[in-house]
Design a protein around this ligand. Structure first.
Ligand SMILES: [Zn+2]
Length: 314
């Protein structure tokens, strides 16, 4: 809206009135035209951007664009003594499908660890919100099946398992309003630890226009990203949610800058010991944007950094 008002005020619009129609008439026409454009934009919904990311806790993030809403790693029970859990009121609203969690379309799980995924709670969410589709690594889905009873089987129609081994090519899935891409990036600890964990980095495009990347507990080594260089190049990520160690590790910043090249990154999985005040954080984290407060939001930028060409995300 601000942009529209600025155009109306722009001296160029008034100057065009020198020839032909009187200036005031041109100005009036310009205003009418803009009003029609604004109305048209409203009619098509906010399909063209204005997307927002809202923080839950740990790596839990909701991304919203118009009527389309998706959640990453929303329900977990283990804070391992150092991460944030969802505030009670937020959790209640999520199960009840109350704002801002009304009309959630899909939930994505990065991996089956207690600070990202609680099978019991996800099962309950699927039961209480029959419109939600779940996308999760096969490992998490088998955890879900293990605790499910006979009467829970119905929810598995909405459960989509991705089975990816390390070095497998990325896969693409589609649902109404969402283009979903998944690649397995090893869990941090690679190459010696947690190799069995199916950690999925989800790249999701909402309404053919806004692309976000949730990386789970990805290991920040370029070798995992170099392999799929073309995959990372073929779509622009407007906002990435890397675990905060991507900012402070040796190669993480280069992976973000050279492979993923997001419009903006907001670090997640931030321990509670790291201050909400940037100037009080360890020096290596001061220059980065981190999600630290459940409920806080970021506008997802439309424009890309210099040197990155904007192309339709289809
Ligand atoms: Zn974790």
């Amino acid at each position: 809206m601000n942009g529209v008002i600025e155009v109306v005020r722009s001296p160029n619009v008034c100057k065009t009135g020198k020839r032909g129609l009187p200036g005031f008439l041109k100005y009036a026409l310009a205003v009418m035209l803009l009003a029609a454009t604004v109305a048209g934009a409203r009619e098509t919904g906010s399909a063209h951007h204005h997307a927002v990311a809202q923080y839950l806790a740990n790596e839990g993030v909701m991304v919203m664009q118009g009527e389309t809403k998706i959640l990453f790693d929303p329900l977990f029970r283990n804070a391992y003594g150092q991460y944030q859990l969802l505030p009670q009121a937020m959790e209640k609203a999520l199960f009840a499908g109350e704002p801002p969690f009304d009309g959630v379309d899909a939930v994505f799980i990065s991996h089956y660890h207690g600070d990202h995924f609680s099978p019991r709670d996800i099962l309950q969410l699927l039961q209480e919100q029959p419109e939600i589709q779940l996308y999760a690594p096969a490992q998490a889905v088998s955890g879900l099946r293990k605790i499910a009873d006979e009467q829970d089987q119905e929810v598995f129609r909405r459960v989509n398992a991705v089975e990816l081994a390390y070095k497998d090519a990325p896969v693409t899935l589609n649902m109404h309003g969402l283009l979903i891409e998944a690649v397995r990036i090893p869990h941090s600890g690679w190459p010696t630890g947690r190799l069995d964990v199916e950690n999925i980095s989800w790249r999701v495009t909402l309404n053919d226009s806004t692309t976000v990347l949730h990386m789970g507990d990805a290991d920040p080594n370029d070798v995992h990203f170099e392999r799929d260089a073309a995959y990372w190049d073929m779509r622009q990520t407007h906002m990435a949610f890397p675990p905060y160690w991507f900012f402070s590790s040796t190669y993480g910043p280069d992976v973000l800058a050279n492979r993923i090249r997001p419009g903006h990154s907001v670090g997640v999985h931030v321990p509670v010991s790291i201050s909400k005040t940037p100037s009080l954080r360890p020096p290596e984290l001061r220059g980065f944007d981190l999600f630290t407060e459940p409920g806080e939001r970021r506008e997802i930028p439309v424009s890309m950094p210099l040197g990155v060409e904007e192309a339709p995300n289809r």
